[in-house]
Write a protein that binds this ligand. Structure first.
Ligand code: HMG
Length: 391
């Protein structure tokens, strides 16, 4: 579609070292386990330790993919998050330092609920188009918390996805075809004075699906395409059942064999999210990574449709094209070991970690990072400054 081919050259993941099992959570909350595993489509939920925040998780994800050549050439660092640590300073300034990127770089943070990962990606693509030869680092990092015993509790999660964006990418070309939509609604939001979001659960899901229908219809009209032009679709996945419902909207009117194929692809797309939960800004890209890692039926040249959604709300539909040997660019072992080496918490341990009160008034404290072997940790707070430690 475009002359210049710009897109995702590398993609890396960070997950915290703890998780809980959704069946355990269902038992403890007096719910039928099938509600969480089948009704929501979730199996495991990532739980962050006190030694990880949005910045450290993002830096850990970036370390998975960066080499010295990237460090020399990156001149834009974008952190997409809705769980930032400071109202002024961008988390990406810390990340720029923690990952050793050359000094002459722009570092910013973007916010629009779960959508801003896509906003970061699109900004990076435009940046590369205007600065040939440069590279951009986009990281989507979040900790999703709704509170113990809340309606949203089974849809929590935590993690970060880092992407290197450049010309002639070796994973996927991002096509210049996006169609966005903004709609001023209150489906999920987080006023500064609240610890947890306000959320109208059913309403938010309804809005998600409606915005999807509208941007997908507009996208098809503007680009004169149909579902048949796509091999697979990825979605923002707050819980994997919602992506499944989204796919049904997209497939409306498709032939039965096409529907069967697309459903098969979606099973691969949802696998990582099923076992991590909602990672907000990174969720769409976790679905993408899941397809790259797990889907044996994808190949170079395949076009993937992507639906991004952030409450409040902004939705966007765009597409990507897989390039030759994309699978060789993924560190499959590193991703597998993130899942394999996690420690399962009992619901009591999870609740204890949730209830542990760390000072929120700026008092000094040190974190307990005994169970956290991540390369970068938050060791504590001193003089109102977070103490990041690189191991
Ligand atoms: P709920 O209301 O407790 O659940 O919480 P429910 O009653 O809707 O049940 C969920 C599903 O389980 C239903 O399936 C039930 O039928 C089924 P559906 O009918 O919808 O297909 N079910 C069962 N299935 C099998 N066996 C059983 C059984 N029992 C029930 N025994 C809700 C669900 C999503 C509302 C809640 O978890 C929540 O509030 N989550 C947070 C909000 C959210 O994730 N919204 C999604 C759209 S908004 C979005 O994506 C943006 C977001 O990521 C934030 C951002 O942008 O920053 C959230």
């Amino acid at each position: 579609m475009s002359d210049k081919k710009i897109g995702i050259d590398k993609i890396g993941l960070y997950l915290p070292p703890y998780y809980i099992d959704m069946v355990d959570l269902a038992h403890e909350r007096g719910e039928d386990a099938d509600k969480y595993t089948l009704g929501l489509g979730q199996e495991k939920m990532a739980v962050p330790p006190e030694s990880q925040d949005t910045v450290s998780m993002a830096a850990n994800a970036a370390l998975q993919i960066l080499d010295d050549d990237d460090r020399e050439k990156i001149d834009l660092v974008v952190l997409a998050t809705e769980t930032g640590i400071d109202k002024s300073k961008a988390g990406s300034v810390y990340i720029h330092h923690l990952t050793g990127i050359q000094p002459f770089a722009r570092s910013i943070e973007m916010k629009q609920a779960c959508y801003s990962g896509t906003a970061g990606l699109q900004l990076a693509v435009s940046h590369i188009a205007n600065h040939p030869g440069s590279r951009a680092l986009v990281i989507a990092s979040d900790i999703a918390k709704y509170g113990l015993n809340s309606g949203g509790e089974p849809t929590q999660g935590a993690g970060a996805v880092a992407m290197l964006i450049k010309e002639d990418p070796r994973i996927a070309i991002v096509e210049p075809d996006s169609v966005s939509m903004s709609r001023d609604i209150m489906d999920f939001w987080k006023p500064n004075y609240l610890e947890y979001p306000e959320v109208k659960g059913q309403y938010s899901s309804m809005q998600y699906l409606d915005v999807l229908s509208k941007v997908w219809a507009e996208y098809q009209k503007r680009h004169d395409v149909t579902v048949e032009d796509f091999e697979s679709f990825i979605f923002h996945i707050p819980f994997t059942k919602l992506g499944e419902k989204g796919l049904r909207k997209v497939m409306k009117g498709a032939a039965e064999d096409k529907k069967a194929e697309l459903k098969k692809h979606y099973e691969h797309t949802r696998l990582l999210s099923k076992n991590a939960g909602n990672i907000y800004t990174g969720s769409l890209f976790l679905g993408f990574l899941s397809s790259l890692v797990n889907d044996p039926h994808l190949s170079a040249g395949d076009r993937i449709g992507a639906f991004s959604y952030g409450s409040g709300a902004v939705g966007e539909f765009f597409s990507m094209e897989l390039v030759e040997d994309y699978r060789e660019r993924i560190d499959l072992e590193a991703i597998q070991s993130l899942f394999d080496n996690r420690h399962k918490l009992s619901i009591q341990e999870y609740e204890d970690s949730y209830n542990k009160e760390l000072p929120v008034d700026g008092s000094e404290y040190e974190t307990d990072y005994s169970g956290d072997n991540s390369a970068i940790i938050v060791a504590g707070i001193k003089d109102h400054e977070r103490q990041y430690r690189v191991r």
